[in-house]
Ligand binder design. Sequence first.
Ligand code: RI2
Length: 303
Amino acid sequence: MLTVDRAARDIETMRVRGAGRIARHAVQALHDLAASHEGSERALAAELGKAARRLVATRPTAVSLRNAVEEATAPLGGSDGELRPAVLSATRGFLARSVAAVEAISALGARLLDRDGSVLTHCNSACSVGVIAKAREQHDLRAIVTETRPRRQGLLTARQLRERRVPVTFIVDGAVNLVMPDVDWVVVGADSVALNGDVVNKVGTSLVALSAQEHGVPFYVAAETYKVDRRARTGRDVRIEERDPREVADARVLGGARVFNPVFDVTPGPLVRRIITERGIVPPARVGDVLRGPPGRRARAKA
Ligand code: RI2
């Protein structure tokens, strides 16, 4: 059984990380809380409310977490006497749909990487790894993977892509602009997407996007619809998480210099060619449309 406290600590310490995975971890904890609860419905409601607040506070930028927890605890607003089964059903529903969404995004996104070539990715995104690995089944693709300082999630990406037989070249973040002339596509994930199509993702993503634009390389974002932040009109409305300076460097070796350690940055929508969601591929400015259901033909992108 996954306790709420354990799940919150896993997410805070980044033992469990990635916008999709933290959402599922939090929802699993809410599921287990409801499944094991033996008190009254009223007591369960109070505990779920407290747990939801604790889980959402663990990482402030990834709206996936807030959206998932809100969906899982939506039955709190319902009628008395049915809370436990309703929460179990909501949590199981989210977990299943969240996993299926990654599969759908992988299949849809792979259509964009429609020939042999090189694809660059930044950080570690299950959606991006899925897209690249799926496309590799059809074409002679190689991946260029950034290290992604300070937590070096690129190591995970390189390993996961190798496990799926994708040839990988691993680079330090500062080499992105140098290699960009040899890149055919960029695919990255997202922690939050604002309604205007601004994308909040791992710090450095906006520099990758600028370099891609400079070299005429299409920049794609692979993100489930629950990463769209309905409350964020633009990327500026999203709070950027700042983490412990010691993740970057030991203050003693810096002679006491102050460290600034923002975890994410904002890539303006106009730098994004398309957003790949499980409900279709859309131009960034139309990302709000996918929240209203499956897009029609017009919202689907051509490669
Ligand atoms: P998936 C990660 O955040 C990365 O920024 C990654 O691009 C994003 O979540 C989406 O990942 P962190 O937890 O949901 O490493 O596609 O800070 O796996």
